[in-house]
Design a protein around this ligand. Structure first.
Ligand SMILES: Cc1cc2nc3c(=O)[nH]c(=O)nc-3n(C[C@H](O)[C@H](O)[C@H](O)COP(=O)(O)OP(=O)(O)OC[C@H]3O[C@@H](n4cnc5c(N)ncnc54)[C@H](O)[C@@H]3O)c2cc1C
Length: 401
């Protein structure tokens, strides 16, 4: 394994780090306290600056105006951008657009690419991904109730989705709906592009998540599809291939999620150490002199390092032997990194005492919003069960002494 970072990437990472510190971190207090509409124009300015610097859309293809970085390179960039909730958005690589762009690039028709992919990469429009349903278990995506029934040249979609992140203000949704109910469980659903101004696409509400409903890009929508009619040419990829296409994007997407979380760990760790170093807890005594705090700091440093190396190793394995061979590593990093992040944020809050509970630092924001990491993109338990099943299979008929 060689994790050497090329000079080109070192330069990029230096630029990202400087931009985040100088341009984005100072925006955070306003981002937490003001309506999004007020800071949106400032975010637009920052996005324009990123474009001018040549750092826009790091993972997306060059032919469409992205940087076209490979997986290892983009992983490091996600770490650098990840320490602020504004990072990915301002660099044009935020979820769920990033995943939707990948799907459109791989499976879209020429017309779909012109209409949706190009403006999405350019950051002119946003999108959302609408799979999880209110009444059905998101952990078992073969149990979808949303249907897309052919009628003339159209599909007519009916269903009740939620956690369609960033639906508020999105131009289109990629909707997972059952088109082939009689096929095998993994060949029943298709991905269909639904412009959000289509009659029957009803954004019921932005769901309150940990006390915040959010708005615009920073929100999670509940959507009622009621006789929502779109032309059949809006089908993405082959009919019935929705799961296959969703599975296909899991590897690189997972690396990016996990490296963003490592970026959050780094930020929380920095804050924890700085607070421990500065906080006086007895005359002439700083918090950092207490062994229990030192133990937390050492543990967190080791946990972050181990988690980071696991992700980079998984990325390396995907690049060298492919996603299929790297399946176990891809499962492992999901629950390991999410739990490390949760622990590091929690310890950082504890070190800050009452201050950690306020919105005067970013820690409470992380605590609220990043708990979800153990649920979305496959809950911890789902990954553990499928990993264990694969591992145990290797022992079938094998003699172990
Ligand atoms: C912040 C956030 C953003 C999201 N964004 C999107 C989005 O943009 N688009 C979208 O479509 N969805 C999105 N989701 C939904 C997410 O993918 C689902 O919440 C997730 O798949 C879990 O499904 P569920 O909520 O229905 O939980 P369920 O499937 O009901 O599972 C509940 C719990 O049961 C346990 N469990 C489930 N299956 C097993 C098993 N096989 N073995 C052991 N235990 C098990 C786990 O602990 C799990 O947490 C988002 C969710 C969150 C929280």
């Amino acid at each position: 394994m060689d994790f050497t970072v090329s000079e080109k990437v070192q330069t990029i990472l230096g630029m990202v780090d400087e931009f985040v510190k100088k341009e984005l971190l100072p925006l955070e207090p306003d981002f937490f306290s003001k309506p999004l509409a007020e800071i949106d124009p400032i975010l637009e300015e920052k996005r324009e600056m990123v474009k001018q610097m040549g750092l826009w859309a790091p993972i997306h293809p060059r032919e469409y105006g992205g940087m076209g970085l490979n997986l290892m390179e983009s992983a490091l960039m996600y770490e650098a951008m990840g320490g602020t909730p504004l990072g990915l958005y301002c660099f044009g690589t935020q979820a769920p657009d990033a995943g939707n762009i990948e799907i459109l690039h791989q499976h879209g028709t020429a017309e779909q690419k012109e209409k949706y992919l190009r403006p999405a990469i350019a950051g002119r429009i946003r999108s959302c991904f609408s799979m999880t349903e209110v009444e059905m278990p998101g952990s078992n995506p073969t149990m979808l109730e949303t249907t897309a029934v052919k009628d003339g040249d159209d599909y007519v979609i009916n269903g009740h989705k939620w956690y369609t992140s960033s639906a508020d203000g999105a131009e289109f949704a990629i909707v997972m709906a059952v088109t082939n109910p009689d096929a095998g469980p993994y060949l029943q659903a298709s991905m269909i592009i639904v412009p959000t101004d289509t009659p029957g696409f009803n954004l019921v509400r932005n769901i309150p998540v940990m006390g915040h409903s959010g708005e615009g890009y920073f929100s999670h929508g509940e959507i009622l599809y009621q006789n929502c009619r779109v032309p059949q040419k809006n089908l993405l990829g082959p009919e019935g291939h929705g799961f296959i296409m969703a599975q296909d994007r899991l590897g690189p997407g997972r690396i990016h999620h996990c490296m963003r979380w490592i970026g959050i760990c780094n930020r929380a760790f920095d804050l924890m150490c700085a607070r421990a170093r500065d906080r006086i807890i007895a005359p002439g005594k700083k918090l950092a002199t207490k062994q229990i705090i030192q133990s937390w700091i050492a543990e967190c440093a080791a946990d972050i390092k181990a988690a980071r190396l696991m992700v980079l190793h998984a990325a390396w394995k995907i690049e060298t032997v492919g996603k299929k061979e790297a399946r176990n590593e891809i499962s492992m990093i999901k629950f390991v990194v999410a739990n490390v992040m949760q622990k590091v944020i929690d310890r950082a809050i504890q070190v800050h005492g009452g201050l950690g509970m306020t919105d005067d630092t970013i820690l409470a924001h992380f605590y609220r919003h990043e708990r979800a990491a153990r649920i979305y993109d496959g809950a911890d338990e789902v990954h553990k069960v499928s990993l264990a099943r694969r591992l145990l299979k290797e022992y079938e008929g094998r003699k172990v002494r």
